[in-house]
Write a protein that binds this ligand. Structure first.
Ligand SMILES: Nc1ncnc2c1ncn2[C@@H]1O[C@H](COP(=O)(O)OP(=O)(O)OP(=O)(O)O)[C@@H](O)[C@H]1O
Length: 832
C-alpha cells in the first residue's frame, strides 16, 4: 500500500498542470457523453421532435444534460453510429487515463478493439432492426442498406459473421477449431474483453483486485448458474475447454466443478465468497508445451508455464562418448572381477528362533511397579502401553490431564532408583508422541543375529550408497542406515560392551552389499588383533600405501602417513571431479560409465573408501594433532568424493573426542559407557550409561536418538566371509593410495641445481604456469608420472622460484604469471 502511495505521489509530481487539466477534461467528457447517450436512449423519441430548437428557452429537453446532451446524443447516436457511440465515450476515458500516465489500458489494443466495434456494431444493429430506432444510427442503417442491395440479406449476415469471426481470430490469435470455445468463453465472460485490454502489471492487478472480488458472486449467479436461490450453488456445472496449443501435442484443460474427477492432478481454487465454495479442479490430460494464460474463472488468470522439452543435440564430445557406448556398452567397473560372487547369507550362523517371547508375568510386574511408583509421586496415569523389543521393553505412559511432563522428568532419577533395575531410560516426552517412555531391560533378551538382519528384505532391498544394517529397534524392526549420508560415524563404548562386534556388523553389511570394485577399506587397528581377520580380503576390499606390506595398519607412525595419503587422494579426487564438472562421486562415476571421461586424462572409476579406526584414543594419545588434523580435514571435506570415516574408541573423553572431531561427526553410536559424562561427550546427552551392554546401543544421527540392539556377528562368521571373499580371484594388489612421505612437509628445498634438474622440469614448469596450478597430482596426471617423481619436480620448481613452498595438501602458490617470464627465468637458470 505504501508503495502505491509513493508511486502515486511521485507520479503526480511528474505530471504537468496542462496534462492534469486535459486528463480531467477527457474523463469528465467521457462521463458527460456516457450519461448524455444513456439519457438520450431513454428519451430520444420525445426530444427528437424538438430538434433544431436550441435557441428557444421555452422548450425543455428531458436529457440529463439538457439540450446539449440531447444534441450530443442525436449527433453521435442517431445521426452516426447508434449505440457504438458509447465506445467513443469509453475512448475519451481511455485517453484521459493515458494522459495521467495510468496504464490501465494498452493503448493500441484498445483503439483497435474500439474501431472494430465502432464499425461493426452499427451495421449489426442496422441489420437487426432494419433501420428502426436508433441502435444502429444513420451510418449503420445506410451501410447495411448498401450492402444488402449488393449481396442480399444472407450475404450481409455472412459478412457480419465472418468479420466478427475474423476479428476474434486476429485479436486473440485463435485457430478456427477453437473459435467456438473462445466464443463460449467470451459469452460467459462479459468482462473478458475488458481484461484483454488490461496490461499485466502487478500494480494494475492490485488496483482492480477489490473490484473483482466484489463482482464474483454476481457473475457466478448471472452468467453461469441458474441458481435456485442466492445460496444455492449446488448445480453449478461449468465445463470449459481451453484453447488447444499450436503444437502437435494437443493439450486440453478441463475445468470442471463436478465432484468426481478420477486420477487427475487437481489444483483447486476457491471462490472468494462465503457461500458454498465451488471447487474447480483442473484436469491436466497431457503435458503442456506452451505457455497459455488459462482463465480459471472470470477474475483470476492462471498463467501456466511448462518449459519446452530440450531437444538433445549432442556436442562433438557427447557424440564421441555416445559412439563409444554404442560400440562397447557402458563401462562396467565390475568387469575386472566379473566372476566375483557376493557372499551368501549361509556364511552367517543361524542362531535359531529369534521371535520375541512375551513374558506376561514380567510385563505385569513391571507395569505394577511403574504405576505404583508414579502414584507415590502423585503422577496419575490414564493409559500404559508396552512395546517389546529384543533387549528392552518400552512402556509408554500417558499421564493424566494436568500433569506436567517436566514434573515427571524431574522424577527420572527417583523412578530409576525405585525401579532398581539396570538400564532404565526415561524419555520424557517421547518425540512426536504425547507420551512418556520408560525403557526397562528384559530379563531374557533375544539375540539379534547378523544373519537375520542381513537376510531381511529391508536390507536386501535397501537403495542406499553404503547401506549398513545395525540391528533392530526397540519395536523389533530391522534398522538400516546409509553411511554415505551420515557421512562419518563416531563410535564409543566401554570395553566389552559390543564395539568390536558393532564394527564387524558394519563391515560385513558393506561387504554383503558392495562389489570389490565399488568399495575399499582403509583399516587402522592399533590393538593389532581386532581387524586382522580382514587381511584375507586385501586384494579385494582393502586400500594401502604403496610399498607397505600389510594393508591393515597397526603402527601409529604409518597411520599418519596413511591419513595424509588419504588427504592427497581426496585432493586428487576433487581435481578429477572439478575437471569432469561433477558435484559428487555418484555423478562422476555415472559420467565415467557413460564413457564421457577420458582415462588418458587421469579419469578412473572411483570406489568409495571407508576408513575404519578401531582405537582412536591410542592414536590421539601418541600422535595428537598430527592425527587430529588430517582426520578433521577428511571429515570436513571427504563426503562428496566418497571417503567416509568410522572412528571408534573405548575412551570417550573430551581429550580424545575433541570439539574439532565432534563437530565433524554428526552421526554417533554409543554402547554402554561408564558414566553420564562419557555419554554426554559422545551423544551430547546422558543415557548411554544406562544401557545394558552386549550390543545395546544408542544411535544419534544429528537429530534423533534411537535405541538399537546391535546385530551379533561372531569372529568365526567374519572369518568365513573373509575366507569366501579371499579365495576368489582378486586384484593383483590392494587399492594403492597416493604416496606420501612424512618428511615432505618439513623438507627444506635447497638451491636450484641445474645438473640435477629433471628431464621434464621445463615441461612441468610450462604446465604449472599455463594452468596456474601448483599441484603435484596435476603434474602426475599431465605427465603420467609417479607421485615421487612429480613431487621431486615440484621441489625443483620451488627451488627455481616457479612455485611457492609446500602448503599442506593444498596446491602451491604459482609465483610466475606468464610463459614469457618463465622463458626468461629458464635463460637465467642456464646462465648460472
Ligand atoms: N550385539 C551383541 N549381541 C549379543 N552379544 C554381544 C553383542 N555385542 C557384544 N556382545 C557380547 O559382548 C562381548 C564383548 O563384545 P566386544 O568384543 O564387541 O566388546 P568391545 O566393546 O569391543 O570390547 P573391547 O573394547 O574390549 O574390545 C562379546 O564377546 C559378546 O559376547
Amino acid at each position: 500500500m505504501n508503495n502505491d502511495k509513493n508511486t502515486t505521489s511521485n507520479t503526480s509530481k511528474i505530471i504537468s498542470k496542462p496534462r492534469i487539466i486535459s486528463g480531467i477534461t477527457f474523463i469528465v467528457l467521457s462521463i458527460v457523453l456516457t450519461l448524455s447517450f444513456a439519457s438520450y436512449l431513454m428519451n430520444w423519441k420525445a426530444d427528437q421532435s424538438q430538434a433544431g430548437t436550441m435557441a428557444d428557452k421555452t422548450i425543455q429537453s428531458s436529457n440529463i444534460f439538457g439540450k446539449i446532451g440531447d444534441w450530443l446524443g442525436n449527433l453521435f447516436i442517431f445521426e452516426s453510429i447508434g449505440v457504438a457511440a458509447f465506445v467513443v465515450a469509453f475512448l475519451f476515458f481511455v485517453f484521459g487515463t493515458l494522459i495521467f500516465k495510468k496504464n490501465y489500458f494498452k493503448p493500441w489494443k484498445t483503439i483497435s478493439h474500439s474501431l472494430f466495434f465502432i464499425c461493426w456494431t452499427p451495421i449489426f444493429f442496422g441489420a437487426v432492426t432494419g433501420g428502426e430506432g436508433v441502435l444502429g444510427g444513420v451510418y449503420g442503417y445506410q451501410i447495411m442498406d448498401y450492402l444488402k442491395s449488393y449481396i442480399g440479406s444472407v450475404g450481409l449476415w455472412m459478412v457480419l459473421f465472418v468479420s466478427f469471426a475474423l476479428y476474434f481470430v486476429l485479436e486473440f490469435n485463435l485457430r478456427p477449431s477453437s473459435i467456438k470455445n473462445k466464443l463460449n468463453d467470451i459469452n460467459d465472460n462479459t468482462f473478458g474483453k475488458l481484461k484483454g485490454l488490461m496490461p499485466d502489471s502487478n500494480e494494475d492487478f492490485e488496483a482492480d483486485e477489490e473490484l473483482d472480488r466484489e463482482i464474483v458472486p454476481e457473475k457466478l449467479a448471472v452468467n453461469e448458474v441458474p441458481a435456485k436461490s442466492d445460496n444455492d450453488f449446488s448445480n453449478i456445472k461449468v465445463t470449459q475447454d481451453f484453447e488447444p496449443i499450436k503444437t502437435p501435442n494437443k493439450t486440453t484443460f478441463v475445468e470442471d466443478v463436478q465432484e468426481t474427477q478420477p486420477e487427475s492432478i487437481v489444483l483447486s481454487t476457491e471462490a472468494p465468497i462465503e457461500k458454498p465454495i465451488v471447487d474447480k479442479p483442473i484436469v491436466i490430460e497431457k503435458p503442456l508445451v506452451e505457455t497459455p494464460a488459462v482463465k480459471a474463472n472470470d477474475d483470476i488468470t492462471l498463467n501456466i508455464e511448462v518449459k519446452k522439452e530440450e531437444v538433445y543435440v549432442p556436442t562433438a564430445e557427447q557424440q564421441k562418448s555416445d559412439d563409444l557406448v554404442s560400440k562397447h556398452g557402458l563401462y562396467d567397473h565390475k568387469l575386472d572381477l566379473a566372476k566375483f560372487q557376493m557372499p551368501s547369507v549361509e556364511l552367517l550362523k543361524d542362531y535359531g528362533n529369534e521371535e520375541i517371547t512375551i513374558n506376561h508375568d514380567e510385563l505385569e510386574e513391571n507395569k505394577d511397579r511403574i504405576v505404583g511408583l508414579l502414584k507415590t509421586f502423585n503422577v496419575g496415569i490414564s493409559e500404559i502401553k508396552a512395546t517389546i523389543g529384543p533387549t528392552v521393553t518400552l512402556y509408554e505412559i500417558v499421564p493424566e490431564a494436568g500433569i506436567r511432563v517436566s514434573a515427571i522428568k524431574k522424577l527420572q532419577d527417583d523412578i530409576a532408583l525405585n525401579l532398581s533395575a539396570l538400564g532404565i531410560r526415561i524419555i520424557a516426552p517421547m518425540p512426536g508422541k504425547g507420551t512418556i517412555g520408560i525403557e526397562v531391560p528384559r530379563k531374557n533378551p533375544t539375540m539379534v543375529s547378523m544373519r537375520s538382519v542381513v537376510a531381511s528384505p529391508k536390507f536386501q532391498t535397501a537403495d542406499m550408497d553404503l547401506p549398513i544394517v545395525f540391528g533392530k529397534t526397540i519395536s523389533n524392526e530391522v534398522f538400516v542406515a546409509d553411511l554415505a549420508k551420515m557421512p562419518h560415524l563416531l563410535m564409543a563404548g566401554a570395553t566389552g560392551q559390543g564395539k568390536s562386534v558393532g564394527i564387524n556388523a558394519i563391515l560385513t553389511s558393506l561387504i554383503y552389499k558392495k562389489h570389490p570394485s565399488e568399495l575399499k577399506f582403509v583399516m587402522v587397528d592399533p590393538k593389532k588383533v581386532e581387524l586382522s581377520l580382514y587381511s584375507k580380503i586385501e586384494r579385494h576390499y582393502l586400500a594401502k600405501l604403496p610399498d607397505t606390506e600389510d594393508a591393515i595398519i597397526t603402527d601409529n607412525a604409518k597411520v599418519i602417513n596413511t591419513l595424509n595419503s588419504l588427504c592427497i587422494e581426496m585432493d586428487q579426487r576433487y581435481d578429477l571431479l572439478k575437471n569432469a564438472f561433477c558435484k559428487n562421486i555418484k555423478e562422476y562415476n555415472a559420467k565415467f560409465a557413460q564413457r564421457k571421461l577420458n582415462p588418458e586424462n587421469g579419469h578412473r572409476y572411483l570406489p568409495y573408501i571407508v576408513l575404519v579406526v578401531d582405537e582412536f584414543a591410542d592414536l590421539i594419545m601418541t600422535a595428537g594433532k598430527e592425527v587430529e588434523h588430517p582426520i578433521a580435514r577428511l571429515a570436513q571435506l571427504a563426503r562428496a568424493i566418497g571417503i567416509h570415516l568410522i572412528v571408534a574408541t573405548q575412551r570417550p573423553s573430551v581429550n580424545v573426542i575433541t570439539g574439532m572431531i565432534k563437530a565433524n561427526f554428526p552421526a554417533r553410536i554409543a554402547f554402554r559407557v561408564i558414566s553420564g559424562v562419557d555419554s554426554k561427550t559422545i551423544l551430547d546427552s546422558p543415557g548411554a550409561e544406562q544401557l545394558v551392554g552386549r550390543g545395546d546401543m544408542l544411535y544419534f544421527n544429528g537429530n534423533d536418538l534411537t535405541r538399537l540392539q546391535c546385530a551379533f556377528v561372531d569372529t568365526p562368521e567374519v572369518e568365513r566371509i573373509a575366507e569366501f571373499v579371499g579365495e576368489q580371484k582378486g586384484y593383483p594388489d590392494a587399492y594403492l593410495l597416493p604416496e606420501y612421505s612424512s618428511d615432505e612437509g618439513s623438507s627444506t628445498v635447497g638451491a636450484f641445481d641445474p645438473n640435477e634438474k629433471d628431464q621434464l622440469f621445463e615441461e612441468a614448469a610450462r604446465i604449472v604456469i599455463s594452468t596456474q596450478q601448483g599441484s603435484t597430482s596435476m603434474l602426475q596426471r599431465q605427465l603420467k608420472l609417479g607421485y615421487n617423481r612429480a613431487g621431486r619436480i615440484m621441489d625443483q620448481l620451488e627451488a627455481a622460484g616457479v612455485v611457492g613452498g609446500f602448503n599442506g595438501a593444498k596446491a602451491r602458490e604459482v609465483l610466475i604469471s606468464d610463459l614469457g617470464s618463465l622463458e626468461r627465468l629458464f635463460d637465467e637458470l642456464k646462465g648460472r
